[in-house]
Design a protein around this ligand. Sequence first.
Ligand code: ASP
Length: 325
Amino acid sequence: MTAAPPPGRVRPIIAVHGGAGVPAPGRLAPAQRAAVCAGLHAALAAGRDCLRDGGRAVDAVVAAVSVLEDDPAFNAGIGAALTREGHAEHDAAVMCGASRRAGACTGTRRVRHPVQLARTLLDDGPHVFVAGPTAEALAHERGLAFLAPEAFVTPRRLAALAEARRLSESGLSEEARHGTVGAVALDAAGHLAAATSTGGLTNKLPGRIGDSPIPGAGTYADDGVCAVSATGRGEYFLRTVFAHRVACLAELGGLGLAEAAGRALDEVAALGGSGGAIVLGRDGVPVFRFNGHGLYRGHWSLAAEAPSLAIYHDPETGPAPKGTR
Ligand code: ASP
C-alpha cells in the first residue's frame, strides 16, 4: 500500500453504477431510460454534495447508494429483485480505502438502507459482516429506518419473478435477471471508498448471498491502489474474488486500472459469467468496464458543472463519457 497523494492535487469525484442488467440496444423503453438516468443523476448529486462540503469518500458513496436504494428503478432497496418466495432480501457493503475498514450485511428484509447498516459496522465494528435477524436487530439498535417487507416489492420485480418462474434462466432477459447499484469516490484528502447494494438475482434461493456484500468480491477499497464496485452474476465474481483481483492485478501485476479491470472481467467471462465494474484510483479518472450490452453508469467531479451519464458503448448513447477510460 502506498501513501495517498498530497491534498490539493486531488480531483474529488464520485462515480456510480446501476447494474449491468441492461437490455439490448434499442430495447430499452424510453420511460425506463429516463428513470434510470434521473436516478443516476440524483445519486451523483448526493455524493458530489458530500464531497463539495468536505465530506469523506465513504460519506459520498453511502449518500449516493442510499439514493439508489430508495429508487424503484434499480435492483437495491425498494425495487430489489425477489427471491423465489417473493421477498426482497438485501445485501450491501461499504469499504474505506484509508483505514481498510469494511462493513457488510446480508439477508435483511426490512432495513430501508442496507448500505447505512453496513456503514455502522464500518464505523463501530467490532464485526465486519452480519446477517438476517442479527443484522436487523443491529439496525434497530443503531436507529436506522425500517420499512414493511412489502414496501420493497414493486410490480416490475413481481413481473420479473413471474417471468423467471416461467422461463429457464437462459431465457430470462438481462434486465429481469439481475442489477445492483454501487459507487466509488475519491475525496479531497486523497482517500478512496466503495459501496455496493443489491437485491441479488431474481428467483434466488432465500439466504443466497452474492458477491456484492463480500469485501474483496463485489466491493473493495485500498487508498494505495483503487476502489471497486462490481455487478453481474455474483457467483462468478465470488469465484474470481473479483474486486480484490482488480487491485492485485494493478498493484502486484503492474497493470493500469483499466487493463486490470478488463483482465479480471475476462476471467469472469472465461468461467461463463458476465457483468461489469466501476473502478477509481487516486488519479481520479474513473474506469467503467462491462462485457454485456451495457452498464448504467455515471460520474461527476467537483470540477465539472454537469454529470456524465452513459448506458451503452454504441452510438445509441454515444461513446464512453468524456474523462473516463
Ligand atoms: N452481483 C449481484 C449478485 O449476484 C447481482 C448483480 O449485480 O446483478 O447478487
